[in-house]
Design a protein around this ligand. Structure first.
Ligand code: GDP
Length: 298
């Protein structure tokens, strides 16, 4: 929790400081509610989540007769926890049922490749065997980067310079079955935000995975950069309508990102499996509501 707090320092500072200013004054009145609403909106929570939280805070004030800023702060904290808790659904990998296939998607720069490297180590630490599929065949750099992460973890990377994404991922699944691998992390080509409509190619990857393992992918995980704020919601929607997204990784929560984006994401109801809190291999955490909100409020 201490490291998460450290990782979330900047998000925390931003929101915690603004909240401290709001709750520092004594009396609960309309001015205070307005200031609070502004803080939530500027923390990337989005309009829907902000309205929901404001309504809950007002309810708690009138029902429990809250009087001062400190009590109001606690009421908000509880309301944010309630809002985010449904996102906390840890990824469980069943034992002995063949390779568990995780298909990774996201726009360029979101932290997809880095997250795959971190996850490879994370799953290995749980005693699982891991194989990586270098399905981002458009960018040579992505393939090389994945190979580096693989080498660092001592994990096999299936990669082919000239093949298309679907072919590489298919080969990876065949190799995983033959080697009785527990978890396959399949990278896919990143896209630009303006290319979000180019979903046919990634849909094809999904179809081809199913030719090797009929119920694959077992998890379609979208990687999001927390810095993009409200756009995260649109990205998830675009990937979800093409692929059916089952989990999210929200990266760069150690930076200047405003952690409130998770509240906006809560509206879509897709679990946040992991959060990224740094560039290093250990800077990945399963999403934990209490720890996250604690860090956010400071
Ligand atoms: P991809 O294009 O989606 O594969 O993105 P990369 O994995 O190459 O990451 C893009 C940049 O973001 C790299 O410089 C990473 O080191 C950095 N990055 C990824 N995750 C995190 C994170 O959780 N925190 C920070 N601070 N940087 C990150």
């Amino acid at each position: 929790a201490a490291r998460l707090k450290e990782g979330l320092t900047k998000s925390r500072n931003q929101m915690a400081k603004s909240l401290a200013a709001v709750f520092g004054g004594g009396q609960i009145d309309e001015d205070l509610y307005e200031e609070l609403e502004t803080v939530l909106l500027t923390s990337d929570m989005g309009i829907e989540a902000t309205e929901k939280l404001m309504a809950q805070v007002r309810d708690r004030v009138s029902l429990s007769g809250l009087k001062d800023g400190a009590e109001l702060r606690q009421a908000l904290k509880d309301a944010v926890c309630d809002l985010l808790r449904p996102l906390e659904q840890p990824l469980r990998i069943p034992e002995g049922q063949g390779p568990f296939v995780i298909m990774m998607a996201g726009i360029n720069g979101a932290g997809k490749t880095t997250s795959i490297g971190k996850l490879a180590k994370y799953f290995q630490a749980q005693g699982k065997t891991v194989l990586l599929a270098a399905g981002d065949t458009f960018r040579a750099a992505a393939r090389e980067q994945l190979q580096e992460w693989g080498a660092r973890n001592g994990v096999t990377v299936i990669s082919q310079a000239s093949a298309d994404s679907a072919a590489v991922c298919f080969d990876a699944l065949e190799a995983a079955k033959a080697r009785k691998i527990d978890v396959v992390l399949a990278d896919t080509a990143g896209r630009l935000p303006t290319q979000l409509h180019l979903m046919e190619e990634i849909k094809k990857v999904k179809r081809v995975l199913q030719k090797s393992i009929p119920d694959a992918p077992h998890e379609v995980m979208v990687v999001l950069d927390a810095n993009i704020g409200q756009n995260a919601v649109n990205q998830v929607a675009a990937f979800d309508s093409a692929l059916g997204v089952t989990g999210l990784v929200v990266t760069k929560l150690d930076g200047t990102a405003k952690g409130g984006v998770l509240a906006a994401l809560a509206e879509r109801g897709i679990p946040v499996r992991y959060i990224g809190v740094g560039e290093k291999i250990d800077d990945l955490r399963p999403f934990d509501t209490e720890a996250f909100v604690e860090a956010l409020f400071g």
